[in-house]
Ligand binder design. Structure first.
Ligand code: NAG
Ligand code: NAG
Length: 434
């Protein structure tokens, strides 16, 4: 951490901000709380002290990811009559976003090639012309101190297990990513910080796993589940599942066919066997299939795949539907209403009908307006479009940045609460610090 707040021990944030004596020129201070470092899913309070009354300034944030790519965001503000700018109260007057957005400088980050500082304060409202008044570096990490990271190579299963600090056993979660393949650890590492032993599970295009995925075989995922159930630091008798997109449909299939799954969260899952058949022992759920003639071109010129799936003939009785009524534990559906990958909200509705037709309780469906397909942990910038393996071309995912960001904050709290409730987490560790 490069940045230090100039503050005596024991002094709170409010005290710190209310000391508004006139200062010598050049005494502009950027205040970040927590100072230095916090988890990626935690909010940071940002303020600037020592400005002239009503001074127009531009705040510019930039971040370099682990692959070296640079991201930046900026916003124009005006200091108050006391020369203070507090992002929890002051509206942005323009730039990457407008209005009161305390975390806007994080969630509005966009790829850029030019800057490397996290936060800079520039005189005036021209981000590239203003005199630099102050700057601060702020680190946002994914591993809470004490979280242990263990590579998993158990039988065929490949992934990484994150164990919370302190003595176990801990409630366990398996986290399964979407169609991109490989091994993604960011969400699992954050969940471990909230008290869950979390396995980030790869299922193709990683080390010795197949390079392509043409069908889903649940035996592989059952091996990973057994690994978790047998781990001395993972609390049984049931495991939680969290998946997004194709990963969500894998989680729904696991919950339907395998035992010892206590709770399942589907983020933008469809509940159907989509492009690939799903297999378990003698059972096969045939794929619903696509009709590429339904591919649309969006306003941006990018492709929109939202309607390419074949019609769901027979609704919840369609043979391509995953038999979710067999799941033992509850299912939480998180849905983005502007999902352009597929019609998640409609699918969640059909899933709910199917459960009720089989005498099950109505599942919890949380549906967010203006929200796209990729609902990530809080403060992740919206990914509006990217190359999909389905077509090897860029497609739109949907979502409006501000609404999507709000949905991510709320969805994360809902997911943590759901797992705490159904996996019996230790509340003091697991409660979201949001
Ligand atoms: C699976 O669940 C059953 C019933 O709840 C339990 O008796 C069994 O011990 C669990 N298996 C494991 C490996 O935890
Ligand atoms: C999936 O993502 C899309 C946005 O791209 C969203 O509209 C949809 O509601 C999401 N579905 C679920 C179940 O979260």
């Amino acid at each position: 951490p490069v940045f230090r707040t100039p503050r005596a021990p024991g002094q709170g944030w409010e005290n710190d901000l209310s000391r508004r004596q006139p200062r010598a020129a050049g005494m502009v201070t950027v205040i970040l709380q927590p100072a230095g470092r916090c988890r990626w899913d935690e909010p940071v309070r940002i303020a600037v002290r020592g400005l002239a009354p009503g001074q127009p300034v531009t705040l510019r944030a930039s971040l370099r990811d682990e692959k070296g790519a640079l991201f930046r965001a900026h916003a124009r503000y005006q200091a108050d009559a006391g020369g203070l700018l507090d992002l929890a109260r002051a509206p942005a007057l323009g730039g990457s976003f407008v209005g009161v957005e305390p975390m806007g400088l994080v969630w509005a980050l966009e790829p850029d090639k030019r800057f490397w500082r996290f936060l800079e304060v520039l005189d005036g409202h021209e981000p590239d012309a203003g005199r630099l008044l102050g700057r601060a570096v702020h680190e946002r990490d994914f591993l809470r101190p004490g979280v242990r990271r263990e590579p998993v190579r158990a039988g065929r299963a490949r992934g990484t297990l994150f164990l919370p600090p302190g003595p176990g056993p801990f409630p366990g979660i398996i986290d399964i990513c979407g169609i991109g393949g490989g091994l993604l650890e960011y969400r699992a590492s954050l969940l471990a910080g909230h008290g869950f032993a979390t396995l980030a599970l790869a299922y193709y295009d990683f080390e010795d796993l197949p390079k392509e995925i043409n069908s889903i075989h649940l035996d592989y995922f059952e091996e990973a589940l057994c690994y978790m159930l047998q781990h001395s630091e993972v609390k049984g008798p049931g495991i939680g599942l969290l998946g997004i997109s194709l990963g969500a449909d894998i989680c729904l299939s696991m919950a339907s066919f395998l035992k010892n799954i206590s709770a399942t969260v589907s983020i933008n899952g469809s509940g159907f066997s989509a492009k690939r058949g799903i297999y378990y022992k003698q059972t096969c759920i045939p794929s619903l299939g696509h009709d590429f003639r339904r591919l649309k071109v969006a306003f941006s010129g990018l492709l929109d795949v939202v309607d390419i799936r074949n019609d769901i003939v027979g609704g919840h009785e369609n043979p391509s539907m995953i038999p979710i009524e067999k799941a033992q534990g509850p299912i939480l559906f998180i849905v983005g209403q502007d999902d352009h990958n597929w019609r998640s909200e409609l699918y969640a509705q059909i899933a709910s009908e199917r459960l009720q037709a089989h005498g099950k309780e109505k599942p919890e469906i949380i549906s967010y307006p203006g929200t796209g397909h990729y609902i990530e942990p809080p403060y992740f910038p919206l990914c509006p479009a990217s190359v999909t393996k389905l077509l090897n071309k860029p497609i739109i995912w949907g979502g409006e940045p501000r609404a999507h960001s709000r949905a991510q904050e709320d969805a994360w709290k809902q997911i943590l609460t759901f797992f705490c409730k159904h996996l019996g987490a230790i509340q003091n560790i697991a409660s979201p610090k949001l």
